[in-house]
Design a protein around this ligand. Structure first.
Ligand code: FES
Length: 156
C-alpha cells in the first residue's frame, strides 16, 4: 500500500494539471480569437468617391487626390492617394500612378502626351499601356462606376 500512495498522488497531480490546462484553453481560445480577429480579417474591397463624374472631360488625363479609410488591423486611418482619370468616348479610365517596374509614381507629360516615370524612364500611353522603358505591365486600371453623379473607384 505504501508504494502505491506516491503514484496515486502523482496521478492525481497530473489530472489536476491537465484539467487546469483544459480550463485555461477553454477560457483563452475565444479571447485570443477576439484579439487576433482584426489582423486575420480579409480586407473587403471598398468603393471610394473620387469626384463628380461631370468634372472629367475628354483630353489630358486629370490627376485626382482622393481620401479613403484604410483599415489596418486595429486601426482605421484616413489616407490620401492619387489616381489619373482619362475620358475616352463613352468611357472613363481610372489609372493608378504607380509604375509597374519598381513602384515610383508616374506623372503625365502634356507635351509628350504620355505618363512618364522619373525613376528609370518608363513611359505609358493615356490608356496605361507601356510604350517605352522597363515596366513589365501596363498601369493598373481601377474598376470604376458612376453612382449618384459621382465617379467611384474600387480599392482592393
Ligand atoms: S520604377 Fe518606373 S521605370 Fe522603373
Amino acid at each position: 500500500m505504501a508504494e502505491s500512495e506516491p503514484s496515486r498522488r502523482g496521478f492525481l497531480a497530473r489530472v489536476v494539471i491537465a484539467l487546469n490546462a483544459l480550463i485555461a484553453i477553454i477560457v483563452a481560445t475565444p479571447a485570443v480569437g477576439y484579439l487576433l480577429s482584426p489582423l486575420l480579417r480579409q480586407r473587403s474591397s471598398q468603393w471610394v468617391v473620387i469626384g463628380k463624374a461631370t468634372k472629367f472631360v475628354a483630353g489630358v488625363p486629370q490627376r485626382v487626390v482622393y481620401e479613403y479609410d484604410d483599415e489596418g488591423g486595429y486601426s482605421v486611418e484616413r489616407t490620401r492617394s492619387v489616381a489619373f482619370v482619362g475620358r475616352t468616348p463613352g468611357d472613363l479610365i481610372v489609372l493608378s500612378p504607380v509604375c509597374t517596374h519598381m513602384g515610383c509614381n508616374v506623372a503625365f507629360d502634356d507635351t509628350a502626351g504620355l505618363f512618364e516615370c522619373p525613376c528609370h524612364g518608363g513611359k505609358y500611353d493615356t490608356s496605361g499601356r507601356v510604350v517605352e522603358g522597363p515596366p513589365p505591365e501596363p498601369l493598373r486600371r481601377f474598376q470604376s462606376r458612376i453612382r449618384d453623379g459621382n465617379l467611384e473607384i474600387q480599392l482592393t
